[in-house]
Design a protein around this ligand. Structure first.
Ligand code: NAP
Length: 305
């Protein structure tokens, strides 16, 4: 079968599309025929060298989330059935015709989504859910600020938070203002034309998916005792000056969270947005599009059902 693999770190040139043998599931794992796989910034970050910092060993089969059909069960698997359509995160190897996944990380695909749209959900959705609800405890009536609201994570975060009854303020560039308004944001601030920290205040929780200068400037929007949860920056003590709590969130697979996301999707309260779906053979183009950092919603590889 074909798989997107790197044998060294670097730019898209190091990416090879190679023939490898089909993996076999071990105990507790399943083999999934991949029908679609979401592309995430972590994929090109691993290719560029983050893989070494994360303790990964070369060669690496890229790709971190799948939607597909269960093809083979490892021993001891009882939560999924042969032939079932499932989705979830994988530790590697999603950009291939078949991938092995831990069975307990997989959940049945939402019935009202096709494979491509379902592929927008596992990693980005789990990231938004874990950071906002498990780590920052966002609840009904709270005021949330999402710093990158047009990307894969932010576009789902807005919808999850609205479904929870939170008040959402969203930062986006001029061209994405209507897009994030359409996702349900209560207030939309154009980060390219105004200093958002001067117009936004009394925020209970910031979900930061930008880092750097944006992360620093967002502190002053938070009320005393409020929270900043970031999936990109490394908080280093500035929080004390503002009387707030900061947390760095690292996404882990969670079938429980994915099930809640699936329920919201099936209830029509969350609709993932896919900007581009490309064949697996266009993996370099897909990674380049993600790396350019301008896509709104998700980029997905379509392996066909
Ligand atoms: N810690 C974890 O476990 C974890 C998990 C998932 C993701 N992440 C990280 O979270 C970040 C976001 O991921 P993603 O998948 O949502 O990214 P993404 O989909 O690639 O984000 C692209 C979007 O970001 C917008 N954008 C770019 N610069 C911006 C800025 N300064 N302020 C606001 N919006 C901006 C772009 O539109 P404009 O350029 O038009 O504004 C575009 O719509 C990535 O760095 C990713 O690696 C971390």
């Amino acid at each position: 079968m074909k798989s997107a693999m790197i044998r060294e770190y670097g730019s898209n040139e190091v990416l090879e599309f190679v023939e490898v043998s089909r993996p076999s599931p071990h105990a507790g794992e399943v083999l999934v025929k991949v029908c679609a796989a979401g592309v995430n910034p972590i994929d090109w970050k691993i290719r560029s060298g983050a893989g070494a910092r994360m303790g990964l060993t070369l060669p690496i089969n890229l790709g971190s989330e799948i939607v597909g059909i269960v093809e083979e069960l490892g021993t001891g698997v009882s939560n999924v059935q042969l032939g079932e359509a499932v989705f979830g995160m994988v530790s590697s190897g999603a950009f291939a015709e078949y991938a092995v996944a831990k069975a307990t990380d997989l959940v049945r695909k939402p019935v009202n989504l096709d494979f491509i749209n379902a592929a927008a959900l596992p990693l980005a959705g789990s990231t938004a859910w874990q950071a906002m609800f498990d780590e920052a405890g966002v609840s009904e009536g709270q005021r949330l600020l999402v710093t990158n609201s047009s990307g894969g994570v932010g576009s789902l975060a807005i919808q999850f938070a609205k479904a929870k009854g939170a008040h959402v303020t969203a930062l986006a560039s001029t061209r994405n203002l209507d897009f994030v308004r359409g996702l349900g944001a209560d207030e939309v601030v154009d980060y390219t034309s105004q200093a958002f920290e001067h117009t936004i205040s009394d925020i209970d929780v910031v979900l930061d998916t930008v880092g750097g200068d944006t992360f620093q400037r967002a502190f002053s929007t938070i009320r005393k005792g409020g929270k900043m949860v970031t999936v990109v920056a490394f908080p280093q003590g500035e929080a004390e000056r503002y009387g707030i709590v900061t947390k760095r969130s690292y996404t882990v697979p969670s079938a429980r969270n994915l099930t809640r996301i699936k329920e919201l999707v099936e209830a029509g309260k969350v609709i993932p947005y896919v900007e581009a779906a490309m064949p697996l053979a266009d993996i370099k183009q897909a990674l380049a599009l993600s790396e350019a950092g301008r896509a709104h919603g998700k980029i997905v590889l379509d392996m066909g059902s």
